[in-house]
Structures are given as C-alpha cells and as structure tokens.
Design a protein around this ligand. Sequence first.
Ligand code: ATP
Ligand code: MG
Length: 321
Amino acid sequence: MRVFTGIQPSGDLHLGNYFGSIKQMVDAQEQNETFAFIANYHAMTSLSDGERLRELTMQAATDFLALGIDPNVSTFWVQSDVKEVLELYWALSSFTPMGLLERAHSYKDKTAKGIAANHSLFSYPVLMAADILLFSPDVIPVGKDQIQHVEIARDIAIKFNNEYGEIFKLPEYQVAENVATVPGIDGQKMSKSYGNTVNIFGEEKKQLKTIKKIVTENVPLEAPKEYEECNVYNMAKLFLNEQECVALQERYTQGGEGHGHFKLYLHDVIWEYFRPYRERRAYFEKNQDEVRDILNSGAAKARVVASELIEKVRSVTGIKY
Ligand code: ATP
Ligand code: MG
C-alpha cells in the first residue's frame, strides 16, 4: 500500500503532530511504500517571514529524520521542490465548488479565532488535494482535524475523473482511534496556531513549565480525582501501556496526590520517551548538509512519480497542445 503524509513547517512539532501523523507514518514504513513531505507552500498561509520559513523547513526536515522517517525506505521531500503540485492545484481549482471550501471546518475555525481570511487560507484544501492526488496514495494517516480535507480531495478527484476519465486514485484517510485528537494544555485540540502545544524537541525546563500550565480540576490534595476528562491523564496515556495506565488511574482515584504530582510524572514520561530521538536529532542538527542531500534525492524520487501524473493531466485537459 502507498501511505502518504505531510506536515507544515509552521512551528515546532508537538505531541498532536507526533501521534496524529508522524508516528503512524514511521510505523507504516516497515510494510508499505511511504511518501512524506514538508508542506512549505502551506506554511505561507500563516507565515510571512522568509528567513523564518527557511529555518523552519530545515528544522521540520531534521525533526522528521530524527523521529524515524527513513529516507532509504520513504520518499521524503520538500513540497516546493516538486513544482508539479502547483500546476495540479490550478487544474483542480476548476473542479472545486466554492461551497465545498466554504464548509471547511479548519477555515471556519481559524477565521473565527481571528486569523485573517485570505485566499490561500481559503483554498488550502485545494492545494492539499493536489499534494495527495499527485502521488496516488491508498491511505493517509491523519488526526481527526484533517479528515474533512481528505474528503474534499476525494470530492475534487471524483469531479475531475467524471469529466476526464480515471486519472486520480481516490484516497482513504486513516485515523488512529485512541489519538484522534490530542488535547492541548488548555484542553482544546493541540495546535500550533492555538499556542497550546507540548513540543517534542523543546528544552527540558520549558517543557516542565508548559506542563505545569495544563488546565486541571481544582480539588483538594486528599480527594480522589477524575482521570477520564483530565488533560494530564489524557496526555500521559498516549505514552503508557495498559498496565501503566491502570497504575496511574489508581493514583488518581486513591487521592492523596495532587495534579502537581501527576504533571511531574507526565513530564518525566514524555522526556524519557523522546530521549533517543533527541540524540538522533542532535546528529542531524550537526549534519545539515546531509539533511539537504537527503531532501534533494527525495525530491528527485518524488518528481518521477509526480511528472508521470502531471503528464496525464496535461494531456487530458488539453494543456499539452
Ligand atoms: P496549524 O495550527 O498550523 O493547523 P497543527 O498544529 O494543527 O498546525 P498541522 O500541520 O495542521 O498541525 O497538522 C499536521 C498533522 O498533525 C496532521 O495530520 C494533523 O491531523 C495532525 N495533528 C495536528 N494536531 C493534532 C492533534 N491535536 N491531535 C491529533 N493529530 C493532530
Ligand atoms: Mg492543523
């Protein structure tokens, strides 16, 4: 099966990105043909500092490699290195009803939160459809927030195919049940643009400080505590096996410990989990030329697939004259 994923270099990677997408992709590498890319064009919807975008793109690449994307197994590239995607974006635009985009949750949520509505934020799902359809994947592992975008890609593909024949494969999304939406420190969906993230590769002190800010119920130390709705518990359980979950639940229900204790525990669990990845990251951080080489050969591999598809599109649409 061909598995596909992308991530925006619009800020530091967080636990939501890891469990909702990166980890699933890394796990998929063993048995599948995997395609992973850094969505730098997408990042332009929220970032207008060129130096910063350059920096964040290399940072995202470094993070991905550290977290286990294996360039010998996966095709791994930066979106803007395969420009065919922009051509496809335009071709798909004519098959994208305005109403479809107007109904997109992500756009509605972001504008409701005061993020300025511009055309790229609005048409983001069309570029995402181009990202996907260019590579004919079978499956796209995503967090719950991206399901609708994959559905939009399918809708657009169906309309195009109806007109021009079976050019695009219809992609399926895949959501890991227990990590559909990773909560942020305020209990909303963890999201870079909401400023409520626990980052994967932060400094230890900073991480602890963030974790201490997680919103919890206000109950006396001695009292038993609810774990099911607790943001600390829900974050911790992503890292724990069943036995460890049960042990933590018992600590909640027994009483005698406060959320401060659980937060310290959560911090330790996260810090230990990412220790080996931090070490790999330090290696790639020192060897940025190697990262660039990896991206270059990844783009070359991706271009082979992309140019074949775009040739078909050019041919059926008559753009190739
Ligand atoms: P932004 O706020 O800019 O949209 P983001 O933090 O939501 O950024 P994206 O780059 O949009 O991150 O998402 C990358 C991947 O991570 C997607 O597959 C998305 O579904 C997944 N993801 C993001 N946040 C979460 C979350 N809280 N829980 C589960 N998956 C998530
Ligand atoms: Mg998002």
